[in-house]
Design a protein around this ligand. Structure first.
Ligand code: CMP
Length: 135
């Protein structure tokens, strides 16, 4: 396994409920290193571009509304096999279907307000880290 970087976002529902610290502790306990992090309020254009692959899906407009509804924590994480490992730690998109102990099972509210985002492949992680951190 090689050292990889991946993009992690603590979404507005979790920031609003004061869960940032607990969620970061959870990923740090899984040996992820925080390489870069910043709080941001996404613009509509940023949210639309970031989620461009979902353009045209029934939930797209609501997703953009939600992601721009309050601050998010943007985080670049690093560890061996980071992309696949973070997907495992985060759990399924729908918290109701996520495995016990995953971030979304512990903290997610609904399929949309699922507390966190994690890049879904090495290609997306490269694009997503570059999109927010330019590296
Ligand atoms: P994320 O992993 O950030 O990728 C796309 C996001 O769209 C997803 O998490 C959810 O927040 C949202 N999403 C995906 N599927 C649905 C759905 N069926 N209904 C509502 N929101 C969804």
């Amino acid at each position: 396994m090689s050292l990889e970087r991946t993009l992690f976002i603590v979404k507005p529902d979790a920031v609003r409920r004061n869960l940032m610290g607990r969620i970061l502790a959870h990923v740090e306990e899984q040996d992820f290193r925080i390489v870069e992090a910043r709080l941001a309020r996404l613009t509509r254009e940023e949210a639309q571009t970031f989620y461009a692959e979902h353009l045209g899906k029934p939930f797209f407009n609501d997703l953009v509304e939600y992601m721009t509804s309050g601050p998010v924590l943007l985080v670049c994480l690093e560890r061996e096999g980071a992309v696949a490992k973070l997907r495992q730690v985060v759990g399924a998109t729908d918290p109701a279907l996520a495995a016990i102990g995953t971030v979304r099972k512990l903290f997610g509210e609904s399929k949309q307000s699922n507390s966190v985002h994690a890049s879904d492949s090495p290609a997306s992680s490269e694009r997503e880290v570059r999109f927010f951190f330019g590296t």
